[in-house]
Design a protein around this ligand. Structure first.
Ligand code: IPE
Ligand code: IPE
Ligand code: MG
Length: 274
C-alpha cells in the first residue's frame, strides 16, 4: 500500500495536516469506539441500518489511512457484549454487513499487508460469520503491516473474567494452583490483546463521554479524544486531526511533564517541617 503522501493532493487541507504530523511520534496503537451510526441515519430520516452501512465505509477509510501512515495496531469496537439488547433485525443486519465487509475487503487487506484478528467471545456469533472471520484471520496471519483487532461481542469486564479463568485453568493444568500469585504482567498476558502494546490514543465519535466497557485494562494511560463527528462522517481528515491533537498532549504517566526541567524543589529548608 502506497504511503499517505502519495495519495494526497499537494496543497490540500489533508496534505497540510499530514505534514504537521511528526512521523517519529505516531501513536503505536489507536483504539476507536465507532459510535453514532444510528443518529447519522436518523438525521437523514433513514433506518438505523443505513447508518451501519455508511459506517462500514468509514471503517474502510480508517483502516487504509492507518496502514498508509504506518500505525502498528488499530482496535475497532464494532459490537459490544451489550449490543445484543438491540432488536434482532438490527443485530442480524450488523452480522450480514460484517460478512459482506470481510469478503469485499480481503484483497485490500492482503495488498496492504494488513493482519486482521477478531477479539471478543466469538462463539456467540452466527456460524457463517465465525467461519468468515477464521478464514480472514488465517489468510492474513503472516501479514506484518497494520494489525487490526476487531472487537466483536466484546466486553471489557468479560475480557477480564476470561483472563482470570484462563489463569486459573493454566495453574490447574500445570499443578501450580497452590503457589499461584497474580501480577499485572500475568493478567496482561491472558487478555485477548496479549502481546499488543496498550492503546496510546482512544478515539470516540458522536460526542459520548464514556468508555462503554471497552478495553478497561488496556486504556489505563491512553490519551482520550472525543469528537462530535458521527462515525459514518469520520474521514481521513478527522483521523489526522485526532493524531495531531494526540501529539500535542503531555503524557506524564504519573510522573512530571516534559516541560518540567528543574528538579523538584527541595522542601527540607522551606520551614514545612520535612
Ligand atoms: C455504533 O453506532 C455502532 C454499534 C454500536 C454497532 P450506534 O448504532 O450505537 O449509533 P447511535 O449511538 O445509536 O447513534
Ligand atoms: C459502544 O457504543 C459500542 C460500539 C461502538 C460497538 P454503544 O452505542 O453501544 O454505547 P452506549 O450504549 O451509548 O454506551
Ligand atoms: Mg451508540
Amino acid at each position: 500500500m502506497r504511503p499517505l503522501f502519495e495519495v494526497l493532493t499537494p496543497g490540500s487541507e489533508e496534505w497540510s495536516l499530514a505534514e504537521s504530523i511528526d512521523p517519529a511520534r505516531l501513536p503505536a496503537h489507536i483504539a476507536i469506539i465507532m459510535d453514532g451510526n444510528g443518529r447519522w441515519a436518523r438525521s437523514r430520516n433513514l433506518p438505523r441500518v443505513a447508518g451501519h452501512r455508511a459506517g462500514a465505509e468509514a471503517v474502510r477509510q480508517t483502516v487504509e489511512t492507518c496502514a498508509r501512515l504506518g500505525i502498528r495496531a488499530l482496535t475497532l469496537y464494532a459490537f459490544s457484549a451489550e449490543n445484543w439488547k438491540r432488536p434482532a433485525s438490527e443485530v442480524n443486519t450488523l452480522w450480514n454487513l460484517l460478512h459482506l465487509y470481510l469478503r469485499q475487503e480481503m484483497p485490500t487487506l492482503q495488498e496492504g499487508n494488513i493482519r486482521l484478528r477478531p477479539i471478543g467471545r466469538m462463539e456467540a456469533l452466527p456460524a457463517a460469520v465465525q467461519e468468515e472471520l477464521r478464514a480472514a484471520e488465517r489468510a492474513t496471519s503472516s501479514n506484518t503491516g497494520l494489525q487490526v483487532y476487531l472487537a466483536l461481542n466484546y466486553g471489557g469486564r468479560l475480557e477480564l473474567v476470561d483472563a482470570f479463568n484462563s489463569i486459573l485453568e493454566h495453574a490447574r493444568r500445570t499443578r501450580s494452583l497452590h503457589k499461584l500469585q497474580i501480577d499485572e504482567a500475568m493478567i496482561a498476558s491472558h487478555l485477548y490483546t496479549a502481546g499488543v502494546p496498550d492503546p496510546d490514543l482512544l478515539i470516540r465519535t458522536s460526542g459520548e463521554m464514556r468508555i462503554s466497557n471497552f478495553l478497561l485494562w488496556q486504556i489505563a494511560y491512553a490519551e482520550i479524544y472525543v469528537t462530535n463527528v458521527l462515525w459514518p462522517d469520520f474521514t481521513r481528515k478527522d483521523l489526522l486531526v485526532a493524531i495531531l491533537d494526540y501529539q500535542q498532549r503531555d503524557r506524564r504517566f504519573g510522573g512530571l511533564g516534559a516541560d518540567v526541567t528543574q528538579p523538584a524543589a527541595d522542601l527540607s529548608h522551606a520551614g514545612l517541617g520535612f
